[in-house]
Design a protein around this ligand. Structure first.
Ligand code: ADP
Length: 446
């Protein structure tokens, strides 16, 4: 096992990884930017090193500064968390060159699954359900029109290297397809340094269902069942839950098994998420693979009794997965609400500042993953999440009631947060019924 790990991240996920390391008897080196100088979790680290200014490019995205810190502190491994450098194959490669273990997949596996065109090809070979569409990148208008003739409209043009919901165009007829192909290629090249685009069928009304998977370096891969993350705003997930409500368990199991096959085929070691859209008939099509731990991993931990962050560290250290697929069982229901420092009544305007009131909820089945303490100042430089409230109960209805009760206890001020929105959603009839689609939240906010 590693002796000392550097955490190349900040906020709640830095604290989450620190906790896992300490439980495994591993020393922790945290890095921080000027804006996070007073972050309370830094006191829990065995060593904390300032790596630069507040802008992420000067600190959390600065590979040479992070590697220097790793060398100064003499660490065996780096955990990238999510965001920042987590899905940068060049960073994983630099780590390898510097003989520091990157806690995540190999750069090769990351590239294979991170590129949407390559991932779809690998998925097809592994019999993972995918959207009908082009077999690879589209060269020109005529080729696009040929594919469209086979799959029909509406369809969506996407960038092979796309991310963050950018670089996608929906086309409803041939004229719009013809006029959008070139623009999409140029936009992809400018935004991602790779002009490859592909097309696939566009699903009008869908749910977002994703599968948590983990592989080790000995050829084993398992899934830890699925999460439903359909409550989104501008492609950002707001609430996640496990298992997916109201979906046939046999269909879900088949999708979960296909996701495990995919990472096995990619010789993938580490935690990953295979994202799918599900239509009204409960047909699944793969969207993409995220090659890192996700924000919403705790709901899976709650319903499977696993520790995904610890497992990711153990498999990176070369240990085999400590269980087989048949040992993984679903128990009860879990929901996560993302608590963001944003004002839901003023179009989600960011609300940075000092938190003087922070009364977190507690009691049975309640978990709060947060780096915030009373007196914490939310820096304006990074994403606005101040914590994740996760509850677990024996079934979905009790889980919703428990979340409602916990949100009622949760007092944060004077900054504005998304807590009032979550309180409303816990009383929303369509949410309670289960199975809202990915545009539901945006429709109800109007
Ligand atoms: P990114 O990597 O940019 O997040 P994704 O492929 O995950 O891109 O897609 C982001 C979002 O775009 C999805 O969550 C969904 O809302 C929408 N989307 C993508 N592909 C399709 C599709 N084929 N049909 C309908 N919606 C889609």
């Amino acid at each position: 096992m590693f002796r000392r790990v550097l955490i190349a991240n900040r906020g709640e996920i830095a604290l989450r990884i620190l906790r896992a390391c300490h439980e495994l008897g591993i020393e922790v080196v945290c890095v921080y930017s000027d804006a996070d100088r007073d972050a309370p979790y830094l006191r829990l680290a065995d060593r904390a090193i300032c790596i630069g200014g507040a802008p992420a490019k000067d600190s959390y995205l600065n590979i040479s500064r992070i590697i220097s810190a790793a060398e100064i502190a003499d660490v065996d491994a780096i955990h990238p968390g999510y965001g920042f450098l987590a899905e940068r194959a060049d960073f994983a490669e630099v780590c390898r060159d510097c003989k520091v273990e990157f806690i995540g997949p190999s750069p090769e596996a990351m590239r294979l699954l991170g590129d949407k065109v390559d991932a779809k090809k690998t998925a097809k070979a592994a019999k993972v359900p995918i959207f009908p569409g082009s077999d690879g990148a589209i060269e020109d208008e005529d080729e696009a029109v040929e594919v469209a003739a086979k799959i029909g409209y509406p369809l969506i043009i996407k960038a092979a290297a796309g991310g963050g919901g950018r670089g996608m165009r929906v086309c409803r007829n041939e004229a719009s397809l013809r006029s959008n192909i070139r623009g999409a290629q140029q936009e992809a090249l400018a935004a991602f340094g790779n002009g490859a685009v592909f097309i696939e069928k566009f699903l009008e009304r869908a749910r977002h269902v994703e599968v948590q998977v983990i592989g080790d370096k000995h050829g084993h891969a398992v899934h830890l069942f699925e999460r439903d993350c359909s409550l989104q705003r501008r492609h950002q997930k707001i609430i996640e839950e496990a298992p997916a409500p109201g979906v046939d368990r046999k269909k879900l199991n088949a999708v979960c098994e296909s996701a495990a096959r995919l990472i096995k085929a990619a010789q993938y070691a580490g935690a990953a998420t295979v994202e799918f859209l599900m239509d009204d008939e409960q047909n699944f099509s793969m969207l993409e693979v995220n090659t890192r731990v996700q924000v919403e991993h705790p709901v899976t931990e709650m319903v499977t009794g696993t520790d995904i962050v610890k497992l990711s560290i153990q498999v990176a250290a070369g240990e085999p997965l400590p269980f087989r697929q048949r040992d993984v069982r679903l128990s009860g229901h879990a929901i996560e609400c993302r608590i963001n420092a944003e004002d839901p009544d003023r179009n989600f305007m960011p609300s940075a500042g000092t938190i003087t009131t922070w009364h977190p909820p507690g009691g049975p089945g309640v978990r709060l993953d947060s780096h915030v303490v009373t007196g914490y100042r939310v820096p304006p430089n990074y994403d606005s999440m101040v914590g994740k409230l996760i509850v677990h109960a024996e079934d979905r209805v009790s889980c919703i009631r428990r979340m409602e009760r916990s949100l009622h206890e949760f007092e944060v001020g004077p900054i504005k947060t998304t807590i009032p929105l979550h309180r409303r959603l816990m009383q929303d009839a369509a949410f309670e019924h289960g199975g809202v689609d990915i545009h539901y939240l945006e429709r109800t906010l109007k």
